[in-house]
Design a binder for this molecule. Structure first.
Ligand code: BTN
Length: 275
């Protein structure tokens, strides 16, 4: 790896398997933008194929719950993928889990063997019972021309610059720390993520969430952990016992089994449950 790790669309495309390339209507890299999610939301998503937009830096990067997503240049990955989906808009409910699975599996395959998914879709690494954030996913969208479309934004720490790291207010990690020998170039990481997303999103469009539930089990960072979930202004405490068929987080509480849906809760892991 040279010191300069430029992102380049033709290099990303060249790293994709020839059978995967036709899945993409376009792959684009820009130097700077407000937010790749905002840009793809402004654009019309084509009738078929995936659109992928990467930015070297974002000056208005957005995280979930209205939080900003710091996007220093030359180091990490910030990108969005948009796609149309068949059927009702409600079918997209399970999408956040599926995108977490696609990204975590791709990162494990390139050597980040300890990457897990913290429900609903944070990419994390567990270090001595503390979850360190490696990346985040922001899914937006709705109906376009009466058809469901999603804009899937992913921010991934590849090589977090030291000066940017000082501003992060939670435990974090990057691919550089997670892969023996260091992170590959960003083009390689980008291609691995796009290939996995193309495959998984096509399967989700055809078959829904069911085929992915067992794959989530293998990546579930909260499994058997005691968690506090913030539901509105109430905290629900329980043991995380996997996800329901609709992707809801199942919590075993003192009052019985509760199912928590994405968007309603924030989950904070407190430590391993006792056997
Ligand atoms: C989160 O964990 O809060 C989600 C973070 C999502 C960040 C990505 S970076 C690319 C895309 N553009 C944005 O403005 N946000 C997403």
């Amino acid at each position: 790896m040279s010191d300069i790790d430029m992102l380049d669309a033709s290099s990303i495309l060249a790293r994709l398997d020839p059978t995967t390339r036709p899945a993409f209507a376009s792959i684009e890299v820009v130097d700077a933008i407000d937010s790749t999610n905002s840009e793809l939301l402004r654009r019309r998503t084509p009738d078929s194929g995936l659109v992928a937009l990467f930015a070297d830096t974002q000056h208005g990067g957005r995280g979930r719950q209205g939080r900003p997503w710091a996007s220093p240049p030359g180091a990490n990955l910030y990108f969005s993928v948009s796609r149309r989906f068949s059927g009702e808009l409600a079918r997209l409910g399970g999408l956040s889990l599926v995108v977490g699975i696609a990204t975590a599996e791709a990162l494990r395959a390139i050597g980040a063997a300890r990457v897990a998914v913290k429900w609903p879709n944070d990419l994390v690494v567990d270090d001595d019972g503390v979850l360190h954030k490696l990346g985040g996913i922001l899914i937006e969208g709705g109906l376009q021309d009466g058809v469901a479309r999603a804009v899937i934004g992913i921010g991934l720490n590849v090589r977090m610059p030291a000066e940017a790291a000082t501003a992060i207010d939670q435990p974090w990690t990057d691919l550089q720390a997670q892969i023996a020998g260091g992170a590959p170039g960003r083009d390689s990481v980008a291609a691995a993520l796009l290939a996995s997303l193309a495959k998984v999103l096509a399967q989700f469009d055809a078959d829904g969430l069911a085929p992915f539930l067992h794959r989530f089990d293998a990546l579930d960072a909260l499994r058997e952990a005691q968690v506090d979930a913030l539901v509105g202004d109430r905290t629900v405490t329980g043991i995380a016992v996997g996800v329901a068929d609709d992707g809801a987080l199942r919590l075993q509480t003192d009052d019985g089994l509760r199912s928590l849906h994405a968007g309603e809760v924030r989950v904070r892991r407190r430590g391993r449950a006792q056997a």
